[in-house]
Write a protein that binds this ligand. Structure first.
Ligand code: GLU
Length: 470
């Protein structure tokens, strides 16, 4: 039988790290088995679901490259199907209409809590024979009173719940809309899902859902419930820990490849291996290697992975992602080199694409002013003649290539009988405005002849003004 997995988010917020991990594991499991991955939007809670959240989820999934083979399905478009099955269960006496008022149910809960009992519906309407036509009601599932529900969880092993712990849950609200625990079963059955992978917060729902599968005569899928993700401080991961929406990681300059690699290791391992290409993840992923223990978020490690991918991925690909940040930082790219060349030049130093974009600005735009510390140190009167000579030699260059440029700098130093630093540092500050840049010949090459010469003139003027001011 073909493996089918699904990611079934409720669109009540953004795609966060926990959701992204569930999606990634489901996607990987399907790919590993040559199966299919479904995206299903669980929007039955009409009041809390929003189109903004749906879009954010689709955007996050797409950005991470978790492309679904089927869907997105929307539960709100399947109401007829749920109704049909609620009716079937009612007809078969596997569900019943419950006319208890909210007030009664609330009083019941309060009394049970006061008595130290777990709140559960007492089954008052379970045996009603008369149908109070047109009276407001919900529909409850007749959960068995006796026996146990057992299942084997891929992560947590054998799990058993006693039916006495469960109550008759509502499968259709008084406004006629179906509830999560019912829809999820109908959908997973109709969509032929074989493996349900989700967060362990759903573990208590699983026995209820299994009972519904049985009542419908449906095949029960296998389950894998993943442990929680904790923050750096070992508290449950929350907004307090900063970036938790997947798209916020994009905004902060992470590559999707780094985040995906990071997320896969949050609760799954393959020996000590830390870096996985997408194909390796697919080939090596196994539900059996998901950890039982919660995993803790570690920003340092994510940064380390990001740096690794910025350095090692195809510069054209990195440039595509960098482009978003160039626009966000409003860097005018109408003049300047190919962005992928800038990636090659700067990737050794950048931890994030935000840094990379910020430090690439001088390749495209004129710097606003010299970095004061660098200018004070390197644009001194003694540097003037050195700079003037290197400018003169650069003006004569016809083949503006790394080798030629490197030679020009060396020749200037030789001619003046000074160390390379005496030429290099003033030149660097002149052409970039600051004291850090990739090697000079690369920097010069990317900035181009005309702009480099102009910028040296600007530095010479700066020195002149400085002398005059003294
Ligand atoms: N819609 C549920 C949620 O967002 C997930 C349901 C499931 O995976 O079974 O928590």
């Amino acid at each position: 039988m073909m493996v089918k997995t699904r990611f079934a988010p409720s669109p009540t917020g953004f795609l966060h790290i926990g959701g992204a991990r569930t999606a990634l594991y489901s996607w990987l499991h399907a790919k590993n088995k040559g199966g299919e991955f479904i995206l299903r939007i669980e929007d039955t809670d009409v009041e809390r679901s929003t189109q903004v959240a749906v879009n954010a989820i689709l955007e996050g999934m797409t950005w991470l490259g978790l492309i679904w083979d089927e869907g997105p399905y929307y539960q709100t478009k399947r109401f007829d199907r749920y109704k049909e099955l609620v009716t079937q269960l009612l007809t078969e006496s596997k569900a019943y209409k419950c006319y208890c008022t909210k007030a009664r149910v609330n009083d019941l809960r309060a009394a049970q809590e006061a008595a130290g009992e777990a709140p559960r519906y007492d089954g008052k309407c379970r045996t009603l024979v008369s149908d109070k036509v047109n009276k407001p009601h919900v529909v409850r599932f007749k959960n068995p009173y006796e026996g146990v529900v057992k299942f084997k969880d891929h992560v947590r092993g054998d799990i058993e719940f006693s039916n006495a712990q469960l109550d008759d849950l509502i499968i259709q609200r008084s406004d006629g809309t179906p509830t999560y625990n019912f829809c999820v079963v109908v959908d997973d059955w109709d969509m032929k899902v074989t493996d349900v992978i989700r967060g362990e917060d759903h573990i208590n729902n699983t026995p209820r859902q299994i009972n519904i599968y049985h009542a419908l005569g449906a095949t029960v899928p296998s389950f894998a419930h993943c442990a929680m993700i904790l923050g750096d401080d070992l508290a449950k991961l929350s907004k307090r820990h900063g970036a938790i929406s997947v798209m916020q990681f994009r905004d902060e300059g992470y590559l999707p490849d780094a985040l995906k690699n990071y997320i896969v290791r949050l609760g799954w391992s393959h020996g000590d291996q830390e870096i996985f290409s997408e194909q390796e993840m697919i080939d090596l992923f196994s539900l059996d290697d998901i950890n039982k223990a919660p995993s803790a978020f570690n920003t340092e490690k994510l940064l380390w992975l990001n740096q690794h991918y910025i350095k090692t991925l195809d510069p054209d690909y990195v440039a595509e992602h960098l482009m978003w940040h160039m626009k966000t930082q409003k860097i005018d790219m109408s003049l300047g080199p190919q962005l992928s060349e800038v990636v090659c030049a700067l990737s050794e130093r950048a931890k994030t694409l935000v840094d990379l974009a910020a430090s690439s600005r001088y390749f495209f735009e004129e710097y606003k002013e010299f970095d004061p510390v660098a200018a004070k140190k390197h644009l001194r009167p003694v540097a003037k003649s050195n700079l003037a000579l290197v400018q003169q030699k650069l003006s004569a260059v016809t083949h503006w290539t790394d080798n030629v440029l490197q030679q020009v700098i060396k020749d200037t130093a030789d001619e003046l009988n000074v160390g390379m630093g005496k030429i290099g540092m003033p030149l660097r500050v002149a052409i970039t405005g600051a004291a850090q840049s990739p090697s000079l010949e690369i920097t010069l090459r990317l900035i181009g002849k005309e702009r480099s010469i102009k910028r040296i003139s600007r530095a010479l003027e700066f020195i002149t003004a400085r002398v005059t001011a003294q």
